[in-house]
Design a protein around this ligand. Structure first.
Ligand SMILES: [Zn+2]
Ligand SMILES: [Zn+2]
Length: 352
């Protein structure tokens, strides 16, 4: 098999040829046909997250080991099944849920493997999808994509389920009140369309980039506001009739979280999803006096992955532009993402 690995943080990925692993126990070997490129890979590649004030959260200390094959939006064909694996056959096309926990703890047993403290997330803590093959620990992480194409299904594994799980956290007001989506990159655009499919009538997109605001309008946003405008908060208040009940921040910078907190009405909720990095200072009386909720959302659970695939098969795909590139262009694809040149998603395909 071939994989493209981080050998040293911040250095170009290296093409590595190695023996294709044989699945043991409940493992399944998947031959990858599509592998989405996600913005969070830039942080893994760098080896840190910015946490504000010039400080960094070191990912090596968080347990990331090199060499690492990144890539966590994987669709492929079942190639070989371990002796104790059941429920799939060679040739089955499956989406791989990369958000894998220990499978043993209370959190995993209630189905929230994405929150397990012993994470084995593919492409983060174990070998992922910038490769021709990937080993998946159990068939429960393999999801039937129904009538979707592998190309369209791949981004659902991260950006799709991340947007879906975040929107579920504001579902109480989704149909009755405008929802504000901050950031119209790949995940934010997914958020715009999924919000509509989940019943949102009024989706207000906020982005500092005019081309991304345009993409958001095309993806189904009812209005788009320039987040860099000096009166951006005022514009959101005007568009929501005095403040938003729900803001989902797909950027997660100091500026966007501050904007989101200022944009909500009394009783409103801010869900932070993006990992851009930064920090916020919040007067503590605001929490009770404004009865506000500020919370995070990290990818999605096993059941949320199943719900998302059901929703998309029933209600149609998110209208997010997808560009296909060859797997050997992975470093260029990541470079374009870092330079802000990608509208929508890039999905890689191993040549041949
Ligand atoms: Zn991702
Ligand atoms: Zn666990």
């Amino acid at each position: 098999m071939i994989s493209y690995d981080i050998v040293e943080h911040g250095k170009p990925l290296q093409r590595v040829m190695k023996d294709t692993p044989r699945p043991q126990g409940t493992e399944v070997l998947v031959r990858i046909t599509r592998s989405g490129v996600c913005h969070s890979d830039l942080h893994i590649w760098d080896g840190f997250y910015e946490i504000g004030g010039g400080k960094r959260l070191d990912l090596v200390q968080r347990g990331i080991k090199l060499p690492l094959t990144m890539g966590h939006e994987i669709v492929g064909e079942v190639s070989e099944i371990g002796p104790d694996a059941a429920g799939v056959e060679a040739g089955d096309v499956r989406l791989v849920n990369p958000w894998i926990g220990c499978g043993q703890c209370k959190v995993c047993l209630r189905g929230e493997e994405n929150l397990c403290l012993q994470s084995q997330n593919l492409g983060v803590f174990s070998q992922g999808g910038y490769a021709t093959h990937v080993l998946v620990p159990h068939t429960r992480y393999l999801f039937d994509i129904g009538r979707l194409s592998p190309r369209d299904a791949a981004p659902l594994a991260c950006s799709g389920v991340t947007a879906y799980a975040a929107l579920k956290k504001v579902r109480a007001t989704l149909a009755s009140e405008p929802v504000v989506i901050v950031g119209a990159g790949g995940v934010g655009l997914m958020g715009v369309t999924l919000a509509r499919k989940m019943g949102a009538g009024d989706v207000i997109a906020v982005d500092i980039d005019a081309s991304k605001r345009e993409a958001a309008l095309q993806a189904g946003a009812t209005r788009a506001i320039d987040g860099a405008a000096p009166d951006a908060v005022k514009q959101i208040h005007a568009a929501t009739g005095g403040g938003a009940w729900a803001v989902v921040d797909f950027v997660g910078s100091s500026q966007t979280v501050n904007l989101a907190v200022s944009a909500i009405v009394k009783g409103g909720t801010v869900v932070v999803v993006g990992l851009f990095g930064g920090d916020v200072t919040l007067p503590t009386p605001f929490l009770p006096l404004r009865a506000m909720t500020l919370r995070g959302s990290y990818v999605g659970s096993q059941s949320e992955m199943a719900e998302l695939l059901e929703l998309v098969n029933r209600a149609g795909l998110p209208t997010v532009p997808i560009r296909t590139r060859s797997l050997d262009e992975v470093s260029d694809a990541l470079g374009d993402l870092r330079a802000g040149k990608v509208v929508g998603r890039v999905v890689l395909t191993p040549a041949g």
